[in-house]
Design a protein around this ligand. Structure first.
Ligand code: KG4
Ligand code: ZN
Length: 338
């Protein structure tokens, strides 16, 4: 038996097939960066139309390349949210349409749990008190996941997510969309001392919560002044200096909070997932911190940091083993955008 995973929560169309042992038979993720680049951000209507175009042929490819017949499917797992409602509806409706004639069970999957599921192979890898941080374009949320897959929120951003801050910074510097990978690339070639960027006002009283909007505004004002003073031009060398400075400010803020949470909660295991978790500077600092504190660190491998259907399929398999699924005819199951 095999399990099909479908992920369409934002701007990645992803399909995976696993067998009943969890071995990956197929994984392909098609990003839509080129479609959204000219708008400087994800346009929901464009994203859902692209999912509707891409998804059927990607599923067909998965079946063909693995010689799979639909009768072999144990279940279909699909992201139900949070995410863009139009994008989620394409994935969920497609999953229902595919499952319906064959009465195949569906497993609705929580997007945030999927980001953390990328960080470990087996549930038995989770030991003792376990915290999980999701850093993505939509989330900067830290959970107690000791009772996996139950999430208990410990702290969160009160305004923008870390990924949004990378993306906005990249846009202001004229870098390609999305800003995160572009900023990391530029930052890695900087040779000068970073700019002491003001973090701006932190919009939260809770010392464990994150806040990026003040930093974003302060960065934007200072960068505009510099560009203006340089006759509207930001040289390549300056771009790498500003990229390194922004990346460092984002990481400094993240780690000021992560360190406090670790001190307050004393976890045995720490999970890291989400699109920003691909960032090498973040991974290195995380490794150093967990090593110092004697914490077992499990980070999603780069190919499972961003939105992907393999993590969805793995949660589908876990859930089927526990008898947790939505049976035919899938009553009361729809998307949950928030
Ligand atoms: O998890 P994800 O693929 O989608 C959401 O659920 O949001 O995360 C996308 C985010 C974007 O903001 C993108 O700029 C950021 O992940 N990102 C990075 C890097 N690669 C992607 N941020 C920093 N460094 C990177 N190398
Ligand atoms: Zn995501």
């Amino acid at each position: 038996m095999k399990l099909l995973g479908i992920e369409t929560s934002c701007d990645d169309t992803s399909v995976a097939l696993v067998d009943e042992t969890g071995a990956t038979l197929f994984l392909e993720t098609l990003g839509q960066e080129t479609l959204h680049e000219r708008y400087g951000g994800v346009v929901p209507e464009v994203a859902s139309r692209a999912h509707a175009q891409i998804l059927p042929s990607l599923v067909q490819k998965a079946f063909q390349e693995t010689n799979t017949d639909i009768s072999e499917l144990l279940a279909i797992a699909v992201t139900r949210g949070p995410g863009l409602s139009g994008s989620l509806l394409v994935g969920v409706s497609f999953a229902k349409g595919l499952a319906f004639p064959h009465e195949i069970p569906i497993v609705p999957v929580h997007h945030v749990i999927a980001h953390l599921r990328g960080a470990f192979d087996q549930i038995s890898d989770l030991h003792g008190k376990t915290l999980g941080l999701v850093v993505s374009g939509g989330h900067t949320h830290l959970y107690d996941v000791t009772r996996w897959p139950k999430l208990k929120l410990i702290s969160r951003t009160v305004d923008d997510a870390a990924g949004e801050t990378f993306d906005k910074g990249g846009k202001l510097m004229g870098l390609p969309f999305p800003g995160g990978p572009a900023i990391e690339r530029m930052a890695s070639v900087n040779t000068r001392s970073i700019l002491p960027l003001t973090k701006g006002p932190i919009r939260t009283e809770d010392p464990l919560n994150f806040s990026f909007s003040g930093m974003k505004t302060a960065f934007s004002l200072k960068l505009r002044q510099t560009i203006h003073a340089n006759a509207g031009v930001l040289s390549c060398e300056d771009q790498s200096l500003w990229a390194d400075s922004l990346q460092t400010a984002i990481l400094d803020h993240l780690f000021s909070r992560i360190t406090k949470v670790i001190e307050a909660e004393s976890p045995d295991t720490f999970l890291l997932g989400g699109g920003v978790a691909i960032n090498r500077a973040l991974r290195t600092r995380m490794e150093k911190l967990c090593h110092q504190k004697g914490i077992n660190l499990l980070m999603a491998p780069p190919k499972l940091c961003g939105d992907n259907a393999l993590s969805i399929a793995m949660i589908g398999l876990d859930s089927m083993k526990q008898g947790l699924f939505t049976p035919f005819p899938y009553r009361n199951f729809s998307v949950q955008a928030r």
